[in-house]
Structure formats: C-alpha cells, structure tokens
Write a protein that binds this ligand. Structure first.
Ligand SMILES: [Zn+2]
Length: 231
C-alpha cells in the first residue's frame, strides 16, 4: 500500500478495510514526473480491473445517478452504487471530489462538486438519495478531497451571492468562496455527523502535487478519483 501513496492521495483508511479511496496526484513521489489523467492506467496501478470502472461524463450539473454496473454515464456529476464490483471514478482540477460511504450498507458515492454543483445542491441530492435507499445519515462518512480553497478562489458577485454568507469573504469589490464549507453545511442539514466529515487541507491552486485548472488553464490535466472495493 505504501507505493500507492506515491501516486495517489490515499484516504482509504477513513472508510473501511475493503475500501480503496484514491485521488491521483500531479507529481509522483517516487519519480517526480507529472502524472497525466489516464484513468485506466491509474486504475490498474491501484489494483482495479479497468473493466469495472464507472465513468461519469461530467457537465457541472446537479444530476445524480444510482448505478449497478460499470460503463460510461453521460450528463451526470454524481454516481452512487452498492455493487461491490463497480469502481466509481471522476476527474477534477479545482472542483471538490466528494466521497461518501455508508459502512452498514456498503454504499459508495462519488460527487464532482464545482461551484455550480455546490449551489445546486448536488451533494445534498446525493446524500438524500442514499438515505431514501436505506442509508442512515449517522453511518455515512464523507471526505471532501483537495480542491481550490477560499484563499485562492476568487469569483464575481453573481456567483458569490448564490452561496450562504458564511462561505463568502469580500475584499473590496472582490469575493472569495469556500466550497467545502458550503458542502459541509449541506451535509450537517441532513444529519451527517460533524465527526464523520473530513476535509483535505490541500489547496489545488497552491500545491504543485495537484492539478489546477485555474492555475494552469487549458494545459492543466485532471486528478482522477477512484473509489472501490478491493479483495
Ligand atoms: Zn489557496
């Protein structure tokens, strides 16, 4: 497992023994070259069979899908499954990758949450569907992965006003928003326990081991999230 930590942020320990929860880094620790966004290759490296990958074709929507098999899923930004074979994936470079896991039903969800998704409640909608299908909020653990943090995420007033006051700071006529704080509030409103919500301390914009669209523009690659069961 140690080797995995050189290519990925490894947050498997937050969840369960059978769970592997990863996010690819931009730069490998064993070999300081830039890691590109080849999902199949990264999946193999993590020990997953690429044929079990579920791949959302992300569109910054609030569309959540409950799935039972691998494959490509157009027009969606959140996939949920309780099928232990399916490996959930997504790609990010500044947006928040949100991992949700219910330890009792073994339900997993992986959400792509940029500002549009956050203000249209994609994380709430995912959590609500999990609850509707039998998950108890008290059993759900959540990890908000590396993303652009409030220190660096400047937005215009039209975007800022869609967030709650708590998640916005204003400097003159400029605004900075806190995506993970907004997500956390949505989770708390659905009775997810504060102690079960974890958050990465990495700001993608500032960290060279993260891809950042805002920093690198069109030449930015993506970090790949993988969330599955192994063994
Ligand atoms: Zn920052």
């Amino acid at each position: 497992m140690l080797k995995l930590n050189h290519t990925f942020f490894n947050i498997s320990h937050l969840f369960d023994d059978q769970i592997t929860a990863l996010l690819s880094r931009r730069i490998s620790l064993d070999n300081p070259k830039i890691i590109t966004d080849n999902r199949e290759q990264l999946a193999r490296k993590a020990g997953f069979n690429p044929q079990y990958l579920a791949i959302p074709h992300q569109v910054h929507s609030d569309i959540v899908q409950w799935i039972d098999k691998a494959g490509n899923y157009p027009n969606t930004d959140s996939l949920i499954t309780d099928n232990h074979e399916v490996v959930l994936t997504l790609q990010v470079a500044d947006c928040v990758p949100v991992y949700l896991f219910d330890k009792i039903t073994k339900t997993r969800a992986l959400v792509h949450a940029g500002w549009r998704g956050v203000v249209s409640n994609i994380v709430s909608k995912t959590t609500e569907l999990m609850i509707e299908k039998g998950c108890n909020p008290k059993d759900i653990k959540v990890f908000c992965g590396p993303s652009i943090q409030q220190c660096c995420y400047e937005v215009n007033e039209n975007v800022a006003k869609q967030f709650s006051d708590k998640s916005v700071v204003q400097f003159g006529d400029k605004f900075r928003v806190n995506l993970t704080m907004e997500i956390k509030q949505q989770l708390l409103n659905l009775d997810i326990l504060d102690a079960n919500i974890y958050q990465s301390s990495y700001c993608t914009y500032e960290s060279e081991i993260c891809h950042s669209y805002r920093r690198d523009g069109e030449k930015s690659a993506r970090m790949i999230a993988l969330f599955g069961e192994i063994g």
